[in-house]
Design a binder for this molecule. Structure first.
Ligand code: HEM
Length: 414
């Protein structure tokens, strides 16, 4: 590989802070770039075509228990990894399809449509709260006050997690998710993730038991009923539920923070959205393309294969950079320009192929409903301080985003 570009470039402080310069150099080299035999990955896949192809090809598998076992078995001692590897997002082939089908059946378009009034109500509630906290020009943290609060409420409502329990989750789930980051994680993070996995497991075991005893009209009750014939083992159901809950708010929270920072940076675009809320879907797509919450996925080759001319031996894994694909100049004109009027914006932020995000429609719906309400409710939105740096490539976003806002009395979109 080009001496000027190695994986350590991406993993460095600078690379994590601004991966886009690294991606631009990758695009000059090619669609896929081989790494050395000692590297963890056989190649980096960065071009749009190649990323799409790997994600859609069932011959490239998500790293599952079998893959982990081929190089190490220590992971079985870690509750967080056991939870991850028995949940359907980290399973392949027929087993993945079997569990995903059940979750997909419970997660219908009708259920989503039924959730819309709740999303609007919750959006307005959290906007009111922001207005209250930011009254008299006080700075308010948009992340805690809205970007996390709304998606937790929405996934909690969908699954049937009681409202008083919801504030308990964000810090635990953040601990759990820390192990998903690219590169080695420090032991203290792994320990915190294990504790979080055990706590989440205890919580959802209790919730499953209570819905079995007393079903409601929430998704967990549906899952329990649909699973009556025993299609899923208890650990498949429990662990998939935990991951579904986590996935259901973490990326969406980061999306809102990244989105607001972009809107503040682009006041003309924000004014256009304020004037015409029907533009919201295009804004959501461009925020997702330009600042994706998830920059990468990993896949391993089931057999000897090649990608964009780079040979990949059976059992070797590749680093698939959707964040780079979204900035591929061969696919997107002026890829480094934030342009919500962009057409043909089929980014890869929700992945592609068998593991395409199961909650994409919900994530999009939350964005489409909340963003126009946010900018309409607050005609003035500015940063209170420089936002902290984004340093992760998985769940990339702000921890805090202090803003000043000036408020209208009530939301103008009901
Ligand atoms: C802006 C918001 C979101 C983004 C950017 C996002 C992104 C992603 C990505 C990239 C994947 C695939 C990873 C891979 O290919 O290895 C994925 C999978 C998944 N997402 Fe999302 N997601 C979002 C919101 C949601 C929501 C709201 C839910 C739940 C309601 C959800 C549930 C899932 C599930 C269950 C999977 C696993 C699918 C499978 O492996 O079959 N996501 N998401």
């Amino acid at each position: 590989m080009d001496a000027a570009v190695s994986l350590s470039g991406l993993l460095s402080e600078e690379g994590r802070r601004n991966p886009y310069e690294f991606y631009a150099r990758l695009h000059e080299i090619g669609e896929a770039i081989p790494l050395g035999p000692a590297d963890r990955y056989a190649a980096i896949v960065c071009g749009y075509e190649a990323v799409d192809q790997v994600l859609c090809d069932p011959g490239f598998r998500v790293p599952d228990a079998e893959y982990r076992d081929s190089s190490e078995t220590w992971w079985r001692d870690h509750p967080v990894v056991r939870t991850l590897l028995t949940a359907f997002p980290n399973v392949n082939g027929a087993d993945h399809a079997r569990v995903r089908r059940l979750f997909g059946r419970a997660f219908t378009a009708r259920r989503l449509a039924g959730l819309e009034p709740y999303i609007i109500q919750s959006t307005n509630r959290w906007l009111d709260r922001l207005a209250e906290l930011g009254a008299d020009g006080r700075p308010v943290d948009f992340m805690a006050g809205f970007a996390v609060a709304l998606p937790v409420d929405v996934i909690g409502e969908l699954l049937g997690v009681p409202e008083p329990d919801r504030a308990w989750f964000p810090s635990r789930v953040a601990d759990f998710d820390a192990v998903l980051e690219l590169g080695q994680r420090p032991l203290r993070e792994v320990k915190a993730a294990n504790t979080a996995a055990e706590e989440l497991s205890a919580y959802f075991t209790g919730l499953l038991a209570s819905r079995r005893a007393d079903p409601g009209d929430d998704l967990i009750s549906d899952l329990v009923r649909l699973n009556d014939p025993g299609l899923l083992s208890e650990s498949e159901l429990l662990h998939s539920l935990i991951i579904m809950f986590n996935a259901g708010f973490r990326a969406t929270s980061k999306f809102f923070g990244n989105g607001l920072a972009l809107l503040i940076e682009h006041p003309d675009a924000t004014a256009a959205l304020r004037a015409d809320p029907s533009l919201a879907p295009a804004y959501v797509e461009e925020i997702l393309r330009y600042e994706p919450p998830l920059h990468f996925a990993v896949r391993y080759a089931a057999q000897d294969t090649e990608i964009a001319g780079v040979p990949i031996a059976a059992g070797r894994s590749v680093l698939v950079l959707a964040g780079a694909a979204n900035r591929d100049p061969r696919r997107f004109p002026e890829p480094d320009t934030f342009d919500p009027t962009r057409t043909d914006n089929r980014h890869l932020t929700f992945s592609a192929g068998p593991h395409f995000c199961l909650g994409a429609a919900l994530g999009r719906l939350e964005g489409r409903l909340a963003l126009p309400r946010l900018v309409s409710r607050f005609p003035v939105l500015t940063l209170a301080t420089e936002p902290g740096e984004r340093r992760t490539l998985m769940l990339r976003g702000f921890e805090e985003l202090p803003v000043h806002l000036s408020s209208r009395e009530t939301a103008t979109i009901s």
